[in-house]
Ligand binder design. Structure first.
Ligand code: ADP
Ligand code: TMP
Ligand code: MG
Ligand code: ZN
Length: 187
């Protein structure tokens, strides 16, 4: 038996973690054995949980290197879930391959691009390998339309890897981002 790879991606607030956790629930209702991982760098909501922006939480194992996932894999595991894949090293790609060849389904969620619009490499590679890609959109915080594909950093400091929420980032659609960029040039 072989597993399948599902990647959920999009900007901040687009519901990536919500969708990931809804898949966890589906497996759990079906009495399947699941395990959830997150990168140790993400300390936003407490140490050993994955949480959505609305506060829905599940227990998770915090790891700093992708390889550590393999230390937790037992024969009984049916599905592995990884949130914030953009923060993981590229070895996640090989780890995911190893898991699916063991017959385990793998669900990954994470940002496609940074606020500087650079693709996150680990997400990009996993998207290329996925059996299913779920690309989510957020509500644009300027025009209110459900077509935001960008995460905009309100105060552009702190670097490309910078954990945070609404105090740092908002979701924008391309039209509103382009308008803001024009204003930035004038200022
Ligand atoms: P992600 O992991 O993609 O950042 P979450 O699943 O954690 O997203 O959170 C999604 C939730 O965030 C939505 O259900 C909604 O309640 C809330 N939210 C806050 N801002 C927005 C926005 N701009 N667009 C859509 N949802 C938003
Ligand atoms: P989220 O997609 O679940 O909202 O989480 C995204 C995390 O990534 C959040 O901690 C902010 C962080 N982040 C960066 O480190 N760099 C970026 O360029 C962006 C857009 C977000
Ligand atoms: Mg999330
Ligand atoms: Zn907009």
């Amino acid at each position: 038996m072989v597993g399948k790879i599902t990647v959920i991606t999009g900007p901040m607030y687009s519901g990536k973690t919500t969708e990931l956790l809804s898949f966890v629930e589906i497996y759990n209702i079906g009495r399947k054995k699941t395990i959830v991982f997150k990168p140790s760098i993400d300390n936003r909501y407490g140490e050993d949980i994955v949480s959505t922006h609305t506060g829905f939480k599940v227990s998770a194992i915090r790891i700093s290197k992708s390889r550590e996932i393999l230390d937790y894999i037992r024969d009984s595991i049916d599905a592995v879930f990884v949130d914030e894949i953009q923060f993981f090293d590229l070895e996640l790609v090989d780890v995911v391959k190893e898991l699916v060849f063991k017959g385990i389904d793998v669900y990954c969620a994470g940002l496609d691009i940074s606020y500087l619009e650079n693709p996150f490499e680990t997400t990009a590679k996993l998207l290329a390998m996925a059996d299913e890609v779920i690309k989510k959109k957020a509500v644009c915080e300027k025009c209110g339309e459900h077509r935001a594909t960008y995460s905009y950093k309100i105060i552009p400091n702190g670097g490309e890897i910078d954990v945070g929420g609404k105090e740092k980032y908002i979701a924008l659609c391309r039209k509103c981002l382009s308008e803001i960029k024009k204003q930035e040039v004038i200022l």
